[in-house]
Design a protein around this ligand. Structure first.
Ligand code: NDP
Ligand code: GDR
Length: 362
């Protein structure tokens, strides 16, 4: 029997990679997408098949994690073997501006899914994966961070995700649901949202190289992250739900780099050597060849409370799941810059032919 999966957040970075991964494994894949005034399915358009065709294994349903009745109806209808809860207001800085909404989606949304499983009577059938995060470690109490490292959230996002983490553990213990947390460290790709720092940098490096943009404004260059590749990480999500017993796992590369290092490598991949001059708010990233100031600091991007250093210890995932990160930091950055150069070349072509291109930078 082919398995049925339901993915919340299917239109996001991870949703897109996971949907493709599960379809390749022969799953029927159902996804929940939000109503939007414009198409919001860019990342999964290549998976779309018209519902009038035969042998369709990919289905989308309108829904929202803030709407219990909608979730109950979809789960009742789909009867999933596995649910992957990837939907979230996932931007840490935005969570300081929309804390209540972030809690509603990221914390209570998870509860709504777990309750739906219980209400419909699927506690012994449906396995559920919760997208937990290294942001739970926040102000780190131990380095590297592993499953037993104490949590110390530093944002409304992390505080909401900590509720989701524990309610997942609680429903596992209270009702015997096969419910697991993947505590994933940052993972990126060419389809990463443009306002996360990695994609903001690779997009800028490409656009600056091609003359579509002049400057890149960033916040804290000293923050360090354990950055992996989303394509590797969705495999771990699936593996977590295939074990005999439900459990929680750290998924990470075991390597950490600063935002400053990411900038240097990304621009080098685009053919620009950056040298750093000055300090504090006056620090600049300068094009070594032309002397042009390219990278500037803008305090607008500083967070009220920052997470300074994340470095994961993926030993448990390696030993119990047999999972490990397969894409090096250098390969990841190269992959992202290469894709963004293609995007920038397309924009340039459009611009030269009189078509409007988006100059949006956040
Ligand atoms: P994205 O921001 O790319 O995708 C988030 C998805 O959630 C989108 O499909 C979005 O829909 C959807 N969504 C947002 N709000 C709602 C809502 N109210 N109801 C239903 N759907 C909603 O995130 P990623 O793919 O990067 O991350 C996936 C999950 O993993 C998230 O929960 C994130 O917090 C978590 N995570 C991510 C990490 C990373 O480094 N990427 C690391 C650790 C955890 P739309 O497209 O319409 O906006
Ligand atoms: P993060 O990712 O907060 O780790 O959350 P993000 O890329 O937003 O920030 C990483 C670090 O870079 C610093 N930074 C900037 N960040 C952004 N977005 N824009 C800037 O201009 C900028 N300048 C410096 C930040 O201060 C931070 O220290 C991501 C999300 O995917 C979460 O959903 C997920 O849970 C965690 O990763 C693990």
């Amino acid at each position: 029997m082919q398995k049925i999966a339901l993915i919340t957040g299917i239109t996001g970075q991870d949703g897109a990679y996971l949907a493709e991964f599960l379809l390749n494994k022969g799953y029927y894949v159902h996804g929940i997408k939000r109503r939007s005034s414009q198409f919001n399915t860019d990342r999964i358009d290549h998976l779309y098949r018209d519902i009038h065709e035969t042998d369709i294994r990919f289905f989308l349903h309108y829904g929202d994690l803030t709407d219990s009745t909608n979730l109950i109806r979809i789960i009742q209808q789909v009867q999933p073997d596995e649910i992957y809860n990837l939907a979230a207001q996932s931007h840490v800085q935005v969570s300081f501006e929309t804390p209540e909404y972030t809690a509603n989606v990221d914390a209570v949304g998870t509860l709504r899914l777990l309750e739906a499983i219980r209400i419909i009577g699927l506690t012994t059938k449906t396995r559920i994966y919760q997208a937990s995060t290294s942001e739970l470690f926040g102000k780190v109490q131990e380095t590297p961070q592993k499953e037993t490292t104490p949590f110390y959230p530093r944002s409304p996002y992390a505080a909401a995700k900590i509720y989701a983490y524990w309610i997942t553990v609680n429903y596992r213990e209270a009702y015997g649901i096969y419910a697991c947390n993947g505590i994933l460290f940052n993972h990126e790709s060419p389809i990463r949202g443009e306002t996360f720092v990695t994609r903001k940098i690779t997009r800028a490096a490409a656009r600056i190289k091609l003359g579509l943009q002049e400057s890149l404004y960033l916040g804290n260059l000293d923050a360090k992250r354990d950055w992996g590749y989303a394509g590797d990480y969705v495999k771990a999500m699936w593996m977590i739900l295939q074990q005999e017993q439900p459990d929680d796992y750290v998924i990470a590369t075991g390597e950490t780099h600063s935002v400053r290092e990411f900038v240097g490598l990304a621009f080098r991949n685009a053919g620009i050597d950056i040298v750093w001059r000055g300090s504090g708010l006056e620090e600049k990233g300068i094009d070594a060849a032309s002397g042009t100031e390219i990278v500037h600091i803008d305090p607008h991007y500083f967070r009220p409370t920052e997470v300074d250093l994340l470095l994961g210890d993926p030993t448990k995932a390696r030993e119990k799941l047999g999972w490990q990160s397969e894409t090096s930091f250098e390969k990841l950055v190269n992959m992202m810059v290469t894709a963004d150069i293609e995007n920038a070349e397309r924009d340039l072509l459009c611009k030269k032919n009189g078509f409007r291109v988006s100059n949006w930078i956040e």
